[in-house]
Design a protein around this ligand. Structure first.
Ligand code: FEO
Length: 162
């Protein structure tokens, strides 16, 4: 059984992960609307991963006999100025999620809640990977600049994501 404070914090994180899923799905729809189907595929896979993150916490709460409480999911933005701007927004969002995960770990440590601390370590590692992946994509966009055929190649490359 978790403390009431930890239970609330993990429920809030479920909401943040569902919002991430929603945000990336909105980005996928935006990419479809401007015919970058590869970027759209990449974001759709990302959206599914975020759903998985939410469900991981959902299942943990059930496992430790705590209560899952689903809240309203905020409406995401619908469009961005460019593909690069969307990925930059995704990068910023992942830094925000990393900060949230770090705060959850701090709370688990403060409460000497070792089980939750161990559970959260998976998210700590996952955030390192996610921030790094999105950053690498942004670096590729910067190399590409205004080169349309290189942009098309990047769209094809990211579309390979399963
Ligand atoms: Fe679930 Fe992208 O953090």
């Amino acid at each position: 059984m978790l403390s009431a404070k930890m239970e609330k914090a993990l429920n809030d994180q479920i909401n943040a992960e569902f919002y991430s899923s929603y945000l990336y799905l909105a980005m996928s729809a935006y990419f479809q609307s401007i015919n970058f189907t590869g970027f759209a595929t990449w974001m759709q896979v990302q959206s599914t991963e975020e759903y998985g993150h939410a469900m991981k916490i959902y299942n943990y709460l059930i496992e430790v006999n705590s209560r899952v409480k689903l809240e309203l999911i905020e409406k995401p933005q619908e469009s961005w100025k460019s593909p690069l701007e969307a990925f930059q927004e995704a990068y910023k969002h992942e830094l925000y999620i990393t900060d949230r995960i770090n705060k959850l770990v701090n709370q688990a440590i403060a409460e000497q809640d070792h089980a939750t601390n161990i559970f959260l370590q998976w998210f700590v590692k996952e955030q390192v990977e996610e921030v790094s992946t999105v950053n690498q994509i942004i670096e590729k966009f910067k190399l590409i600049g205004e080169n349309k055929s290189a942009l098309y190649m990047l769209d094809r490359e990211l579309g390979q994501r399963k």
